[in-house]
Write a protein that binds this ligand. Structure first.
Ligand SMILES: Cc1ncc(COP(=O)(O)O)c(C=O)c1O
Length: 447
């Protein structure tokens, strides 16, 4: 049983678990559960080691100010150690990061500055450039995990030796993703040449291509969080990597969902890239071996995304029947709709809209569409102080129905009149379309 004097003593020493739900062609696949760290991710280790190194060499004084550019998890590791050791922490976060992570950071006492995620290195709004500028203006200690030697050192000194001990020195490969490159570099330095170092990279990142061709190509975009880069970070040593796998978002999300359904492990989205790459590597081996990869953080932070069918469908990541007409724009098809009945009280409509985070709902009477209720109807009821009335009394019955063959321009005209698009197919409700559904559809088409 582990006993610690304070939470910092619980960083590291994470469990290793074997999983068998994937076809690994006879190889053993083991997962190092970094999600068990007290801050919820592998980055607790580097939060502790980078702050410890700055304390040791005097860059950080008691009560000092720390600043970092972070995709989230490093911020949590730093925020945890900063809170426990009394430092002020400012984090610059790109705006594609999940709201859950940012809420966690703020609740730990960190100051969060959002910046754009659509700009690259060298742009003043790029999160690392911005953090560096604020540090030089304020004199704060800029952690810079991308260049900080205490980052790979944490993995060389703790993560890798733990794996070595847990596998009783019988290990054939470690599969790593790269965010800053700390993990892969630490593994490369610690393990003997007999252990393959394998790169798992999200599709759109430049790193797998760099390993294969030596050239840094053009970066695309990806939805998994925490790994993948548009440059090769200075501390990232890829010289030992002989095998690199590119995994797309759809495969990554499907993999973490299988992991939860079959093994009960709730993993973050990047784990889908790592595990899918590990499985491919296992199948390509000439002989079965023992392979370790990571669950770098918990899926709890991504429940509203990767683990929700509606979100995946909005992103175009789960296959849906395509019709080549207006029906393809419908995000919630009949049967998946959040709905209310005309006899329900307004408080039921209110609770349902809040729970599902929608701003309008169709009103269905035994399957037939009889109206739409939206936020403005609820506002009228709230002003009158009457949430007990039936939905029927306030719902809008002015419905604009559209046939599947209607054009996007006709839909836009309906939306422009402040109405919701109601798509009817052969007299039956097919689904409703809101502005954001149309935006999502058009964005998918551009992508
Ligand atoms: C969520 C997450 N963060 C961070 C990392 C590793 O990042 P780094 O290269 O900075 O050590 C991984 C690696 O798989 C990851 O999945």
């Amino acid at each position: 049983m582990i006993v610690a004097d304070g939470l910092i003593g619980l960083i590291g020493k994470t469990p290793l678990v074997r999983v068998s739900c994937f076809d690994t062609a006879g190889s053993e696949l083991w997962l190092k559960l970094e999600s068990h760290n007290p801050g919820g991710s592998i980055k607790d280790r580097i939060g502790l080691s980078m702050i410890g190194a700055a304390e040791a060499d005097g860059r950080l004084k008691p009560g000092g100010h720390i600043i970092e550019a972070t995709a989230g998890n490093t911020g949590l590791g730093l925020a945890l150690v900063s809170a426990l050791r009394g430092y002020k922490l400012t984090l610059v976060v790109p705006d594609k990061m999940s709201q859950e992570k940012v809420t966690h950071l703020k609740a730990l006492g960190a100051e969060v500055i959002w910046t754009r995620s659509d700009v690259g290195k060298g742009h003043p709004a790029y999160y690392q450039d911005m953090a560096q500028r604020i540090a030089s203006e304020t004199g704060a200690f800029y952690v810079n995990q991308f260049e900080n030697p205490a980052n790979p050192a944490a993995h060389e000194r703790t993560t890798a030796p733990e794996i070595w001990e847990q596998t009783a020195h019988k290990l054939d490969a470690v599969v790593c993703g790269v965010g800053s490159g700390g993990t892969i570099t630490g593994m490369s330095r610690f393990f003997p040449p007999s252990v393959d170092i394998v790169l798992a990279d999200p599709k759109g990142s430049v790193l797998a291509g760099y390993v294969e061709t030596g050239v840094v190509g053009e970066a695309g975009s990806w939805l998994v969080e925490g790994i993948g880069e548009d440059f090769v970070p200075p501390i990232c040593d890829l010289s030992r990597v002989k095998h690199a796998y590119t995994i797309d978002d759809a495969e990554a999300f499907a993999t973490v969902r299988t992991l939860l359904a079959k093994e009960g492990i709730l993993a973050g989205t990047s784990s889908g890239v790592l595990i899918a790459a590990a499985v491919k590597y296992c199948r390509e081996r000439t002989a079965p071996g023992r392979v370790v990869t990571f669950v770098c953080d918990s899926g709890a932070k991504y429940l509203s995304k990767a683990y929700r069918d509606e979100w995946l469908a909005d992103q175009g990541l789960i296959p849906r029947q395509q019709f080549g007409d207006l029906r393809d724009v419908v995000a919630r098809r009949a049967g998946q709709l959040v709905e209310v009945s005309p006899e329900d009280a307004l408080r039921v409509a209110y609770a349902r809209m809040r729970l599902h985070d929608v701003s309008q709902m169709p009103v269905l009477d035994r399957g037939a569409l009889v109206g739409i209720i939206d936020e403005s109807d609820l506002l009228v009821a709230a002003l009158a102080g009457d949430f007990g009335k039936p939905v029927r009394d306030v719902m809008s019955t002015k419905l604009e129905t559209l046939a599947p063959s209607a054009s996007v321009a006709e839909l836009v005209a309906v939306l422009d009149r402040g109405l919701v698009g109601v798509v009817m197919d052969k007299g039956a409700l097919f689904g409703i379309v809101t502005r954001i559904d149309l935006v999502n559809y058009l964005r998918r088409r551009i992508a």
